[in-house]
Write a protein that binds this ligand. Sequence first.
Ligand code: ZN
Length: 460
Amino acid sequence: MPYQNFFLSCLLVLLQTSISQQEEQSQLLLVSFDGFRWDYVNRVPTPNFRDLMNEGVQVEKVENTYITKTYPNHYTLVTGLHAETHGVIANEMYDPIHNKSFSMEGPSVYDAWWWEEAVPLWVTNQKAGKKSGAAMWPGSDVAIGGTYPTHYLSYNASMPFETRVEKLIDWFSGPEAINFGVLYWEEPDESGHNLGPESPLMDPVIADIDDKLGFLREKLKAAGLYDKLNLIVTSDHGMTQLSHDKIIELDTYVSRDLYTWVDKSPVVGILPKEGKLEEVYSSLKNANPNMVVYKKEEIPEHYHYRHNARIMPLIIEVKEGWTVMQNRNGSFMLGNHGYNNSLPSMHPVFVARGPTFRREYTKASMRTVDLYPLMCSILGLKPLPNNGSLSSVQDLLVETPTSKPEVLLTPRQSSYAWAVGSILGTALVIGFLFIFVQQVTQRQLPPLHLSNSEITQPLL
Ligand SMILES: [Zn+2]
């Protein structure tokens, strides 16, 4: 029958529309240029950063988390948790309960146990049935909770930026596309350490990062992704200039036989030998005006750096620009980070653009912990408990998340609600069409039949 074919066609169109709506999910790429200080964009012409600011949003002051080191802050960016809560409290760690050590330069990086006090966003995204891709982000080549990103690259510092970008573009394209990607690049951190951030030699390094951002933009445009995808460009921390005149030698104040040194300057974990805590503490307490020594319980609450077994019984924090070493035989760098997160020199850059972000909007300040709930909102995911606040950064977005109720649903509820809604909607439309077509076909029946029924019925 012709109208049955018509129903089938309607049904197919409805199903195809529903499927394409489901596939039309927000895409998000988070990029970190390690050690890109917030004000580097003002040092040399940075046309690509400028374009992103004009096309999207810029945040002038971004407060990262204590300590302002690479591993703690990269994990904060993808968990919304301060270091004491996500557990990656330093680049070098010791866990006294389990007698285990972690070093960012050793195989312990791949021991998932260090990462499993939190769940990174790529895992949450995948648990919601979506796909993630990671290019060298710290921790992204570790099976955290038994799960790797859907696509990832094993860490290889020598893989060029361009290759990492091309991998991500592939993952963001095609029918099996990811909706969330993370991209990491080692510069300008490495040059900042070696040259010092105030060196004029840093200018071409910063210009090169802008060129790399330009390469990413061009590749996104060529793939037809530039206007579909939300792009966030930020960093883990800034960088400050050091000086040979600003070195504190711990051996001057306390015997190294009394403690174990954990992590490096400018915030050092000190593990006193059994029964030696008070002796070490009193030796260091007023030893040098350019360093502060805290017993663990004295660490200011607003540092969010106390409640974790991996934080040592004593920590030393030195003033900006100072270096703490056991003696001068240790290696010395001209630039460093890790200092107090209230210092402007420690703050990272932040720019973002895409369909979800406002245009030409400058925000005065945010905290990096707020980025996680913001990204969850963009991806339509329910955030896990975190230290951030979506309402603090909601003004960066075009649309308020309250207009997207599915954000508050669990992934299972969300897909269930979608399925029920689709079935009910389809059934209603088919029912309506059935009645409509029935009416039309009845009116087109032969006049004799119609008149018969009209005549016979009143006679019953
Ligand atoms: Zn870093």
